[in-house]
Design a protein around this ligand. Structure first.
Ligand SMILES: Nc1ncnc2c1ncn2[C@@H]1O[C@H](COP(=O)(O)OP(=O)(O)OP(=O)(O)O)[C@@H](O)[C@H]1O
Ligand SMILES: [Mg+2]
Length: 278
């Protein structure tokens, strides 16, 4: 594994993972896995339907002594404030699982995760939800917008964790929609927006609580190359204002916009290289 020091080594750590291991009791097909949307928004928004699915992870975790399938192992990784990191690896290598751990959407089987210097292992589900919704922003391949809500309502969704009034939240959401180029679409529902426009709404939503870290899982995976380039320009702008970004992508042109590329293979870090931004 290669590691290169960069200017970022002077700034504070945002993500510190040490000795991270993740074991699932059994491998589940994507459609059988618990959805992340419900875990993303809201206190109590995603009470477990039963079984072993905890709201903030511990889903599909083997009991002590049981075997299980190891999907991440020996992950030691520090990401510092202001970095723009692309996470790459073949399908099934563990990228989304790692992103979900960083996003407090799941918890590791072993190892320590410090988010902004704070060990998150002792936090309650409510504590995790509050932290997640105040310091993290998420963007996914399939946008995860609420279909019956307007663009503006979608952007305001994480506002319940903010101290701002409804009027202030609305003003901030409108400002963000303007920033992502959708000032004239604020009352449109997702079905009446293009894929690129929907992803812009999702980006505005991710920015509502002024997160320290944005986690994006294949955010351009459903977009054509021109639209993908527009979305990447937005990510670059957001990063230039100081927000740390970790972005999973299969697309080399997308990864080239990051300044650090981390490759993972079979659940282990394979390489970690600083890159000149394209
Ligand atoms: N909730 C889950 N329960 C059981 N197995 C899971 C779960 N999530 C992922 N897996 C399995 O863990 C492994 C890593 O999956 P993960 O989704 O992290 O890979 P990925 O690198 O994101 O792949 P892709 O590029 O296809 O999105 C795979 O074998 C996958 O089937
Ligand atoms: Mg994935």
């Amino acid at each position: 594994m290669t590691t290169q020091a960069s200017a970022e080594s002077l700034t504070e750590p945002v993500v510190e993972l040490s000795g991270i291991r993740k074991v699932f009791r059994q491998i589940l097909a994507p459609e059988e896995r618990p959805g992340v949307f419900a875990r993303l928004f809201g206190r109590g928004a995603a009470q477990p339907a039963g079984g072993d699915e905890g709201r903030n992870g511990r889903q599909n975790e083997p009991d002590p002594g049981e075997g299980g399938v190891e999907v991440l192992s020996g992950i030691n990784l520090t990401i510092r404030s202001g970095e723009f990191v692309a996470l790459q690896g073949t399908s099934g290598s563990g990228k989304s699982t790692l992103l979900h751990l960083m996003g407090l959407l799941d918890s590791p089987t072993a190892g320590t995760y410090k988010l902004l210097g704070r060990d998150v292992s002792g936090l309650s589900d409510d504590g995790l939800s509050a932290l997640r919704n105040t310091v993290l922003g998420f963007v996914f391949q399939s946008f995860y917008l609420v279909p019956y809500a307007t663009a503006l309502e979608n952007v305001m969704l994480p506002g319940m964790y903010s101290d701002l009034s409804q009027a202030e939240l609305r003003a901030r959401a409108l400002e963000l929609l303007k920033k992502v180029g959708l000032a004239d679409r604020v009352n449109f529902r997702p079905a009446n927006l293009s894929g690129g426009q929907q992803q812009r709404v999702a980006m505005a939503r991710a920015l509502l609580n002024q997160p320290r870290l944005i986690l994006a899982d294949e955010p351009t995976g459903q977009l054509d190359s021109a639209t993908s380039a527009e979305i990447m320009r937005l990510f670059t702008q957001v990063n230039e204002t100081g927000t740390t970004i970790v972005l999973v992508t299969h697309d080399e042109a997308v990864a080239a916009k990051a300044r650090r590329v981390i490759r993972i293979a079979d659940g282990r870090l394979q390489s970690d290289t600083a890159a000149a931004r394209a």
